[in-house]
Design a protein around this ligand. Structure first.
Ligand SMILES: C[S@@+](CC[C@H](N)C(=O)[O-])C[C@H]1O[C@@H](n2cnc3c(N)ncnc32)[C@H](O)[C@@H]1O
Length: 233
């Protein structure tokens, strides 16, 4: 990983904002990810993220914290928060913004236990592929205190396969339709392609059942997205 994402966050934090991140996938054209969005405050967050923050309690882990917007809000409310990310730039920026307990580490290397684990802004993306969902859920379960909860958002992206006539072109012999190859560039520099998973609620629900977790939908978002709460049976 070249940490292009972290470079963009650093530029924004250091008042060098002139360009946004450009993203595209194997099934969609270029789109801009505005850097200010990654520095959003509570009022600018989607309802679904606001709901996740308001449901958070106890010792909280923010997984893939990015610039730390969620961790900072919770910290300012007086919660004990830990934030982790795999981007060196993100860690530096979140630290500069005031996140106190923060570590450069992938989710699978975390070993403390928590009352709330947050995975926001398509939290299932971190699982990368459908075949890895069980492994990640088992690990997340091991990090969860007895009455703990995992709050995670994602989207059912089947709408992206709809033609103008309303029919879909999902190939049933292909891998799961939410598994995307994700590309990112910033100021002309391209990141190594990543795998990024969008998981529909039913598939997440079934995966949770297979590892002995319960999963309930908390709310639907504005555009095929949803917030789910996962907890011990
Ligand atoms: C879409 S961004 C979301 C950032 C932040 N949660 C937000 O809502 O603004 C996903 C973040 O997850 C981080 N990430 C990706 N894989 C990870 C992993 N295995 N463990 C921890 N963080 C990871 C990325 O570096 C990135 O900062």
């Amino acid at each position: 990983m070249k940490d292009i994402f972290g470079k963009a966050l650093r530029d924004y934090q250091n008042n060098n904002y002139s360009k946004d991140i450009v993203t595209w996938t194997n099934i969609s054209d270029e789109d801009e990810l505005p850097l200010p969005y990654l520095f959003r405050d509570y009022a600018e967050m989607p309802k679904l993220e606001q709901k996740a923050l308001n449901l958070s309690k106890g010792h909280i882990l923010d997984v893939g914290c990015g610039a730390g917007s969620h961790a900072l809000w919770l910290q300012n409310k007086g919660y004990k928060v830990k934030a982790i990310d795999t981007s060196q730039g993100a860690i530096e920026v979140a630290k500069q913004r005031g996140v106190l307990n923060i570590e450069l580490k992938p989710l699978l290397e975390e070993s403390e236990t928590f009352d709330t684990i947050l995975l926001l802004m398509n939290g299932t993306g971190i699982f990368q592929e459908l075949s890895q969902v069980t492994k990640y859920l088992i690990h997340l379960k091991s990090l969860l205190n007895p009455n703990g909860q995992i709050l995670i958002d994602s989207s059912d992206i089947s709408y992206m396969y709809e033609g103008e006539d309303g029919g879909t072109w999902i190939d049933l012999n292909s891998p799961y339709y939410g598994e995307l190859d994700y590309y990112l560039s910033y100021k002309g520099e391209e990141e190594v392609p990543m795998k990024w998973l969008y998981l529909d609620f039913e598939t997440l629900h079934t995966a949770c059942q297979t590892v002995g977790l319960q999963c309930e939908k908390i709310m639907d978002g504005a555009h095929f997205d949803y917030l789910a709460k996962i907890s011990h049976l």
